[in-house]
Design a protein around this ligand. Structure first.
Ligand code: PGA
Ligand code: ZN
Length: 427
């Protein structure tokens, strides 16, 4: 066994310039693991709680208490423990915290340490993290889901939907999917600039557009795919994140851009019409996190044709996934380690999705950093899709580029890239 020697933390800064926690774990062998906690903007209410200082400085967002919790009680609890036993390390932190939402020590403190431990274990074994997790199994690169326009809480609700993304069923490799997406991203930017509708980029690097309706984003995205020389649906398809919890007010869904509010049934009809009219293969959080009945009914109607993804709805919680599977709500799970707070629990969510026959997507947050852990988790855990935001800004590109390196290293030993198989859309 290799024991943990020290656990340290410091305040660093995320892609929105906000404070976050970086943890460092050093082993008796000298191996080191490091990880940084990301942050959401359109968070689910069931997420592990971020501990922020409050008060006036840094608008209350500082994380000095979370950092102290790592350096003090968490370090004391983990020192001397076996780095190979991730489950015990995570359990020790969960027990030390003692709350249901990790609010005492802070989910942002715990997840940084949990991931840093995982990195330290891989470093101790002398292998990249993805390889450490794969433990000899053959792996594939995940299919990237990449944002072209950003909206919702990431662009002051300029468009109501949060993510207009593309996936590339026509790509034969991760590298090719990135290349195709780059062409679409450039084409979309050129179209917006020509219309005078380009307002810079939103939080995840997607264009921040001034469209007149949400549907205009869809038709413009289809034209951008064509401008880039691809066949919509066949080569490049559309994935949406409605992030509908953000739109939910008094039992209805408010589309501020279009100055109207829809019942769940009306929203379902609108989305279904879009699925008929546009090459959409995936819709995330089509309804609010509490609206199980709408999720279930929508999945029943379109779940055989497209991915219905739960993000705020599942918050990476294995128990919620099992409960939704029992009633047939959604068919795919977004996996965000900081939503649940430890590596062990995030992996339990992956296993719960597998058990339910659901798909899975490992995902970044809107507030990100140079940390590339999620790329390794997707590959090492065998999760077939990866969502990182758009195709600009280095906190996004660092993750796509990590995938490029790993794909090159794998060479012909990689399993087949699954884009075509995943997104062959049913009738
Ligand atoms: P968040 O959004 O990181 O701001 O929560 C990402 C998403 O909804 O997928
Ligand atoms: Zn989402």
């Amino acid at each position: 066994m290799t024991a943990i020697k020290t656990v340290h933390a410091r305040r660093v800064w995320d892609s929105r310039g906000k404070p976050t926690v970086e943890a460092e774990v050093v082993l008796e062998s000298g191996a080191l693991g490091r990880a940084i906690t990301p942050a959401g903007a359109s968070t689910g209410s069931g997420e592990a709680r971020e501990l922020r200082d409050g008060g006036k400085p840094l608008r209350g967002l500082d994380v000095s208490q979370a950092v102290r919790n790592v350096i003090g009680p968490i370090a004391a609890a983990l020192r001397g423990m076996d780095i190979a036993d991730q489950a015990s390390l995570d359990r020790a932190m969960i027990e030390l915290d003692g709350t249901a939402d990790k609010g005492k020590l802070g989910g942002n403190a715990i997840v940084a340490v949990s991931l840093a431990c995982l990195h330290a274990a891989a470093a101790d074994a002398g292998v990249p993290l993805w390889k450490h997790l794969a433990a000899g199994r053959r792996v594939a690169l995940p299919v990237p889901e990449i944002q072209i326009y950003g909206g919702g809480a990431h662009a002051r609700a300029r468009v109501d939907l949060q993510d207009f993304m593309v996936v590339c069923p026509g790509a034969g490799s991760f590298a090719e999917a990135l290349e195709m997406t780059a062409e679409v991203y450039y084409a979309a930017g050129a179209r917006l600039a020509k219309k005078g509708a380009l307002q810079g980029v939103a939080d995840e690097g997607g264009y921040w557009p001034t469209f007149k309706s949400n549907e205009e984003a869809l038709s413009e995205l289809v034209r951008s795919i064509e401008d880039a020389g691809f066949r919509p649906g066949k080569d490049v398809a559309i994935a949406l994140d409605v992030a509908a919890t953000q739109l939910y007010q008094g039992g209805r869904y408010s589309l501020a851009l279009e100055n109207r509010s829809l019942s769940a049934e009306q929203l379902a009809l609108m989305l279904e019409r879009w699925v008929d009219a546009y090459p959409i293969v995936s819709i995330e959080d089509p309804f609010a996190e509490t609206d199980t009945e709408a999720m279930r009914a929508f999945t029943k109607r379109v779940g055989h044709r497209i991915q219905v993804v739960g993000d705020d709805y599942f918050v990476t919680d294995a128990k919620r996934i099992a409960a939704a599977a029992a009633v047939g709500a959604c068919n795919t799970v977004l996996i965000k380690p900081n939503q649940i707070g430890t590596v062990t629990e995030a992996y339990a969510a992956v296993e719960a999705a597998r058990k339910a026959g659901y798909g899975a997507i490992v995902s970044a947050r809107s507030g990100e950093t140079e940390d590339v852990s999620i790329v390794h988790l997707a590959i090492g855990w065998g999760v077939p899709q990866l969502k990182v935001g758009s195709f600009s800004r280095s906190e996004r590109m660092v993750k796509w580029n990590e995938g490029v390196r790993i794909e090159e290293e794998l060479g012909s030993s990689a399993q087949v890239f699954a884009a075509g198989r995943l997104f062959r859309r049913g009738a």
